[in-house]
Design a protein around this ligand. Structure first.
Ligand SMILES: NC(=O)C1=CN([C@@H]2O[C@H](COP(=O)(O)OP(=O)(O)OC[C@H]3O[C@@H](n4cnc5c(N)ncnc54)[C@H](OP(=O)(O)O)[C@@H]3O)[C@@H](O)[C@H]2O)[C@@H](O)CC1
Ligand SMILES: [K+]
Length: 483
């Protein structure tokens, strides 16, 4: 599991550790890890050209000390100082005595040092950053983006918000980020995530309380432990039956795709209720179909409602009053009333994309995309539901009250290939099936998103995919995760 902590928690752990260590020891650990990561990226340190972008805080200090280490290994290192009179004094002394060059930031305009560097080290600002980059810092970020060389961000790409993942204006775009002590939420959540490149975490000895985690990202092992597995005595009811209310005369395909996902999610059987039964049966004869209403369909352990429903809200009241987990997606999100969802006693999972989330919150889509973490949490609170906000970094927020034991999750397997019609229908069926199989709501949502993203990568393998391909690839990635 990858775990991210907010700045306040990192600062507290930093103070506790600093009190036990000689002065400067933590920065030396950080700089050693940073220099090693830079050397790995460069391949050959000797003779390489390195530009350090140095702000006035400790983030700049890390860059200066790492630069000194690389200069001692034969790199040509030039530091560009944003505030020459406030730059980290002992870091500067170390760089100078290792043979590095020190200039003011304005020197880049006449020398083009950043543009010609093999490696740009972004030490403008780290967890002490406030708001968007100031104009001179923004100029350096632009120069780094135009450089032919690689850019490594120190702790965070400068200009992104560590706690929220928002980006105010210009920010450094790094090929890699070397972060210290703990991941910060901004490294895992878009739009900031897209600025961070490959992540490397350097252990500097910080002790972080797991209960204070802001964000977690499941990895293969975590998901493997959550996947339902039938026991010897399992029958279809023990494995879980998932009911799918989806599709319409206009959108029968949504029903087929939701059922396709549900059949691969570990439930013992899939019931379909709706007008697309013929289309569903002709693709998946194993589906148990009924003409409705949902209350008369027989036993289910979880419902999925919404994909392709159009304006047909007729099944909604039955489903929302059922005392089993319910997943609401697509049209169902628009049709469900917040008060009814809040009043449910069994868990509810909602799976909007940014546009749907914006409509539910009554804001512009752009606001949801810029503030994904705040948006998903706000929805979870408003609906007292587990909310999965789809996107390049899919987020899953638990309902309030669950917060302490289960932090917000971020899915690490997303891929742009998933932006294809119908892929959300597959995800809702898959996640509903995991709910029916008995996974807790946030686990079902995180496991569903994880498998779905991997399945898209697996199916795409560098070429476009359809939603059907994603559904068909789920068994292969399930086996892969199980190892
Ligand atoms: N955590 C740990 O355990 C360890 C942390 N370590 C390192 O320390 C870093 C934190 O250092 P930090 O506290 O000195 O803050 P930092 O990020 O350098 O920024 C402050 C400076 O930036 C400036 N500034 C602010 N906003 C700005 C903007 N928008 N645009 C431009 N400038 C802006 C601000 O200027 P001021 O407001 O004072 O004028 C101030 O001078 C951390 O990220 C990690 O790298 C490691 O060394 C060891 C272990
Ligand atoms: K930085």
């Amino acid at each position: 599991m990858r775990t991210a902590y907010d700045v306040e928690t990192v600062r507290t752990a930093e103070r506790a550790l600093m009190a036990r260590l000689p002065e400067g020891a933590l920065m030396q650990r950080a700089a050693a890890g940073l220099a090693a990561a830079c050397a790995d990226l460069l391949g050959k340190v000797y003779g390489s050209r390195i530009a350090l972008l140095v702000g006035s805080g400790d983030n700049g200090g890390d860059a200066l000390y790492a630069g000194a280490r690389l200069a001692r290994r034969g790199a040509g290192v030039t530091a560009l100082l944003l505030s020459p009179d406030r730059a980290h004094a002992s870091g500067l002394a170390a760089l100078r005595s290792a043979g590095g060059t020190v200039l003011g930031a304005e020197a880049d305009a006449s020398t083009g040092i950043v543009g010609r560097a093999d490696l740009v080290v972004d030490g403008i600002v780290g967890i002490g950053g406030k708001g968007g980059l100031r104009p001179r810092a923004a100029q350096l970020a632009t120069a780094a983006a135009a450089s032919d060389g690689l850019t490594v961000a120190v702790d965070l790409p400068s200009g992104v918000d560590a706690d929220t993942g928002t980006v105010h204006g210009e920010a450094v775009r790094a090929d890699a980020t070397v972060t210290f002590g703990a991941y910060k939420p901004g490294l895992l959540v878009d739009p900031a995530r897209a600025h961070a490149g490959a992540l490397r975490l350097i252990d500097i000895g910080l002790e972080l309380p797991p209960g204070r985690a802001e964000l977690t990202a499941l990895q293969h092992d975590d998901v493997a432990a959550l996947l339902p597995e039938p026991a010897g005595e399992s029958d279809k009811y023990r494995r879980g039956v998932v009911g799918v209310v989806a599709g319409s005369a206009r959108y029968p395909g949504a029903a087929v795709l939701a059922v396709a996902g549900a059949l691969r999610g570990g439930a013992g059987a899939v019931r379909y209720v709706g007008p697309a039964a013929q289309a569903v049966l002709s693709r998946f004869p194993e589906t148990l179909v009924s003409a409705g209403p949902p209350a008369g369909a027989g036993r289910v352990q979880a419902w999925v409602i919404g994909p392709g429903l159009g304006d047909d809200a007729s099944g909604l009241a039955d489903v929302l009053s059922a005392d089993v987990p319910v997943l609401i997606d697509a049209d169902g999100l628009r049709l469900a009333d917040a008060k009814t969802v809040r009043a449910r006693t069994a868990p509810t999972v909602m799976t909007p994309h940014a546009g749907e989330a914006a409509a539910l919150l009554g804001v512009e889509r752009g606001r949801v995309e810029a503030e994904r973490l705040a948006s998903v949490r706000e929805l979870a609170e408003r609906y007292a539901a587990t909310v999965l906000l789809k996107g390049s970094t899919t987020l899953i927020a638990p309902p309030p009250g669950d917060g302490d034991s289960s932090p917000t999750r971020v899915n690490p397997t997303g891929t742009p290939w998933l932006a294809t019609a119908g892929s959300g229908d597959v995800l809702s069926g898959l996640t509903g099936s995991l709910l029916a199989a008995g996974l807790a709501p946030a686990d079902a949502a995180a496991t569903g998103a994880y498998l779905h993203g991997l399945a898209a990568r697996h199916a795409a393998d560098g070429a476009p995919v359809s939603a059907q391909d994603v559904a068909a690839a789920i068994p292969a990635v399930w086996r892969d995760v199980r190892g």
